[in-house]
Design a protein around this ligand. Structure first.
Ligand SMILES: Cc1ncc(COP(=O)(O)O)c(C=O)c1O
Length: 474
């Protein structure tokens, strides 16, 4: 090591960096041959990792090897082609390299004076996404840590436009929990939330929404914002965005669309039809670390009128005066909650430029087609009941167990999910629909194959047989 605190020599930096690249490439090249993961056991992990704070130095290559080994051993790989649970995180290597560059150059993307190039690059990527979503050029937005933060920023912008802090927010039972969390964080009371009904496809029911708004107005309340979802986490359902946009326009309400999962479907023609009306929203949350194939963390909030973000977030401080000088300063601290912020836009900029939009489009379409194929396979025999059909690459189903009571079927369903985690070949977990557990597939990895899906279903059938036998149901 060189004799300067906290520095490696140029040679050591290269050695460490090249080794890191080798480790990541090895990870990506061999991932599909390895298990998706295994159940975490806290005592074991702590026993191995908690070895105390070192005073003295260690060889950086050894430290890296230990870190990679431990991290790889103790994560479930959300980027595995057979990780079919939650919302997978199939990131691209290009995005990971971009993150390395952004932190290697330690880009400060919060203000103009020190980050003008990155600010313009962020603006360019935001414009790409805004255009894809159909928002007008009065719009804008910024990158944040994820969908939760994007939703929070949007709801804060909605409230800032309103004269009344007591405005009501309309959601459904299928709205992502991050909205409720965000409302609490922003100081909304539980009495400001209205949960309206859904139709048989788990989409926001317009009649129920209209009745609730009318009832609230009669009661002297001030409706503020409808939160629609473009691709719910449970079933992939898309709320009727076009009709909701009409209704919000008629009632002077802010329409926020949580497209953290599903907005990526605008890339495909079919998805574009399903998401009709998306571009009429006042704000949209989307999540490039989900179906736009970027490494964590990157979420994005887009608004129809950029001044709404400025009204909500702009700040002034004497020590930031110079950041407002120069030609056309673009200070992202004026548009969102952070001052210091990393250069999240770079990964999407590099990935989109490297692969081109058509490759992204193909990958999104592939996910949707595979979910439909999985549905066909499940419906072929008499072993499975499809509970909600393949929508935006999400499908839910449960085992058919002849003569079994619903509770017994539910227990088999949960055992199958637990069994996939123990087995490690593929991960399929549960959610609940109408208060009963269902198995759920979410297929967004561009490298998932038909063979992966067939073998996963075969695994589920074996686990179902075992669960049925263990419970003495046959
Ligand atoms: C529809 C929806 N909204 C919001 C979120 C929260 O996003 P994040 O986990 O990036 O904060 C998710 C996450 O799965 C989601 O599916």
């Amino acid at each position: 090591m060189v004799d300067t605190p906290l520095r490696l020599s140029a040679e050591e930096m290269r050695r460490l960096g090249y080794r890191a690249v080798d480790e990541v490439v090895e990870h990506l090249a061999t991932l599909r041959e390895r298990p998706v993961g295994s159940p975490p056991v806290r005592e074991r992990i702590e026993g191995l990792l908690d070895v105390g704070l070192p005073d003295g130095p260690s060889d950086p290559i050894e430290v890296l090897a230990e870190a990679v080994g431990r991290v790889r051993e103790f994560i479930v790989h959300t980027d595995h082609p057979r990780f079919l649970a939650y919302i997978p995180g199939p990131s691209t290597y290009v995005g990971a390299v971009a993150d390395f560059i952004a932190s290697g150059l330690n880009v400060f993307a919060g203000q103009w004076l020190v980050g003008s190039g990155p600010a313009i690059m962020e603006r360019i990527v935001i414009d790409w996404l805004r255009t894809l979503c159909g928002l007008p050029d009065t719009g804008g937005g910024l990158f944040v840590s994820g969908g939760t933060m994007a939703n929070l920023v949007a709801v804060h912008a909605a409230r800032s436009e309103s004269a009344d802090d007591g405005g009501l927010i309309y959601v459904t039972s299928q709205t992502h929990s991050s909205i409720r969390k965000g409302l609490r964080f922003l100081g909304f009371g539980p009495d400001q939330l209205r949960v309206v009904g859904t139709d048989e496809s788990h989409r926001m029911d317009l009649v129920s929404l209209k009745e609730q708004i009318a009832c609230d107005r009669r009661g002297g309340y001030q409706p503020l914002c409808v939160v629609a979802t473009a691709g719910t986490t449970n079933t992939g359902a898309v709320d009727p965005l076009d009709e909701l946009a009409d209704l919000c326009a008629d009632h002077g309400l802010w329409l926020h669309v949580d497209g953290a999962y599903g907005a990526a479907a605008v890339l495909s023609d079919r998805g574009g039809d399903l998401l009709k009306g998306l571009g009429r929203a006042d704000s949209i949350a989307l999540d490039p670390h989900k179906w736009w194939y970027q490494p964590y963390e990157v979420g994005c909030v887009l608004v129809r009128d950029e001044t709404t973000l400025i009204d909500a977030f702009s700040m002034n401080a004497e020590y930031l005066r110079e950041t407002r000088h120069g030609s056309g300063p673009l200070n992202y601290y004026d548009l969102g909650p952070q001052l210091t912020r990393g250069f999240r836009a770079l990964k999407l900029w590099m990935s989109l430029k490297t692969f081109g939009l058509d490759e992204f489009r193909k990958a999104v379409e592939r996910g949707m087609a595979l979910a439909e194929h999985a549905q066909d396979l499940l419906l072929k025999g008499d072993r499975w009941e499809v509970v909600t059909p393949a929508q935006l690459a999400i499908l839910t189903f449960r085992p058919r167990v002849p003569d079994a009571r619903p509770e017994a079927v539910d227990s088999v369903t949960r055992r199958i999910a637990a069994g996939t985690l123990e087995d490690g070949f593929a991960l399929v977990l549960t959610t609940e629909i109408d208060e009963r557990p269902v198995l759920r597939l979410c297929i967004t990895h561009p490298e998932t194959t038909v063979g992966d899906i067939e073998e996963t279903i075969a695994l589920l059938e074996r686990l179902a047989d075992e669960a049925v036998a263990t419970q003495g149901l046959r």
